[in-house]
Design a protein around this ligand. Structure first.
Ligand SMILES: C=C(O[C@@H]1C=C(C(=O)O)C=C[C@H]1O)C(=O)O
Length: 427
């Protein structure tokens, strides 16, 4: 662990962990702490952070700054871990929907609950000046968490979807505009997103909503970022990167059909093209960092609830120890969520969508002090604000795209989230 800061430095931190009884990780969203961040991996490992002792913007190099001067007195427990969300674009201005949730960032939590292999640990990280109180506070926080009510088990209130016909027409028109520009040679691909809004009959808790997404899809990472009474949460099928030592794993996920038509994906030239653009861009983004690129393979399929995507896993060995945040910035945004060329597509989608993306399609991060990292793409999610939920979803537009089909694809992506909730609405 990095102890570069001198003893007595005001930025020094001390951290200790205590094994506690396992509990549903979603319940911790109700424990309080600004922000509260959750990263729930599909293998059952989970991290929930409450409060912040360090809050960085998440630029390359911040990974090192997270651990500077941190003394861990519980080296046998899972390592200190930072959680975070980054906006799709740092250049946007948030609108009312995203106000309060942005700017995101990478947070070293004050309280962190890590669960793996059926065991759970509470980790507390405090300014070094408060080291004497660590043990006593660990015990009292553990008691508070054990007494939390089962917020995740409360049934979801019923909800209604708003169908905004004008916005749907605007979307198909935007697809037409994008296709014309692609035909004119201005760009190769652009991903266009739109929002769906729903109103609940009562105010749902983030804990209950996130819990219900567990039935959503196998292999998904569930995530949440809660601040100021709002939450951005979802269950994403897309990994931006996994870092374990020098092993880097990333993937291309693009090309979509309803699950019942999954067999058509491989034969569809438009979907193959849309996918190949992402494969090439991901390979190009990691090329400077890795010893060798893996051979290209035909894509496989990733099935999620109600949807199927073309999928190409990409694994390589880094040439040197590398900061995970530098790799996140090298990869994000991939053409799976932005387009190609990146800058042109980012500009076009900002003007055609007409609403900021906020945290939608931005990286969602778990960075651990042992150097392991996992970043996913913030998709298949919703902003919860009181009784309202807003679900952004997008589709990749290439030369052969059709407005109505792309609109249907965004609806199917939003529908996969809503179906997961619908199944758990109070009778
Ligand atoms: C943009 C989204 O999904 C992305 C776009 C896909 C596509 O265009 O086929 C498929 C998976 C994701 O990479 C979304 O879910 O909002």
């Amino acid at each position: 662990m990095n102890l570069a800061l001198p003893p007595g430095h005001p930025l020094r931190l001390c951290s200790a962990a205590l094994e506690i009884a396992p509990l549903p990780p979603e319940r911790l969203l109700a424990a309080g702490g600004e922000p509260t961040a959750a990263f729930l991996a599909p293998n059952g490992e989970s991290w929930v952070g409450m409060g912040a002792v360090r809050w960085l913007t998440g630029k390359p190099g911040d990974a090192h700054a997270l651990w500077a001067g941190l003394a861990d007195v519980s080296p046998d427990a899972p390592p200190p871990t930072a959680l975070g969300v980054l906006p799709f674009s740092a250049r946007e201005h948030p609108d009312a929907l995203w106000a309060g949730l942005l700017p995101g960032g990478v947070v070293l939590p004050e309280r962190l609950v890590v669960q793996r292999g059926g065991r759970a640990w509470l980790r507390l990280t405090l300014p070094a000046a408060e080291a004497d109180t660590l043990r006593a506070r660990l015990t009292s926080v553990a008691r508070e968490l054990a007494a939390l009510p089962a917020a995740e088990a409360v049934p979801l209130p019923g909800f209604e979807t708003f169908e905004d016909r004008a916005a749907a027409r605007q979307y198909t028109a935007a697809v037409g505009d994008a296709v014309a520009r692609i035909r004119a040679g201005e760009l190769v691909k652009v991903v266009l997103a739109r929002r769906a809004s729903i109103a609940f009959d009562g105010t749902p808790t983030a804990a209950a909503v996130l819990r219900r997404l567990s039935a959503h899809q196998s292999g998904a990472v569930r995530y949440a970022w809660c601040r100021g009474g709002k939450a951005w949460l979802g269950a994403t099928p897309e990994t931006l990167l996994r870092l374990d030592g020098r092993t880097l794993r990333t993937e291309a996920l693009a090309g979509t059909r309803p699950e019942a038509q999954a067999d058509e994906l491989h034969a569809d030239a438009k979907e193959r093209h849309e996918h190949a653009v992402v494969v090439d861009a991901v390979r190009a983004a990691i090329a400077p960092w890795v010893q060798a690129l893996p051979p290209t393979r035909p894509p496989g399929l990733r099935r999620t609830r109600g949807l199927a995507h073309l999928h190409t896993p990409i694994e390589a060995t880094l040439s040197a120890d590398t900061d995970a945040l530098a790799l996140v910035h090298a990869l994000h945004p991939t053409p799976a969520v932005c387009g190609l060329p990146t800058a042109r597509a980012a500009q076009l989608l900002a003007s055609l969508e007409g609403q900021p993306r906020g945290l939608y399609a931005g990286p969602v991060l778990r960075l651990s002090a042992d150097g392991t990292a996992h970043a996913v793409v913030g998709l298949r999610g919703a902003v919860l604000s009181g009784r309202l939920a807003v679900l952004p979803a997008g589709a990749g537009i290439v030369e052969g795209s059709d407005g109505d089909r792309e609109l249907a694809e965004t609806r199917a992506k939003q529908g996969s989230v809503l179906d997961a909730w619908r199944a758990f609405v109070a009778a």
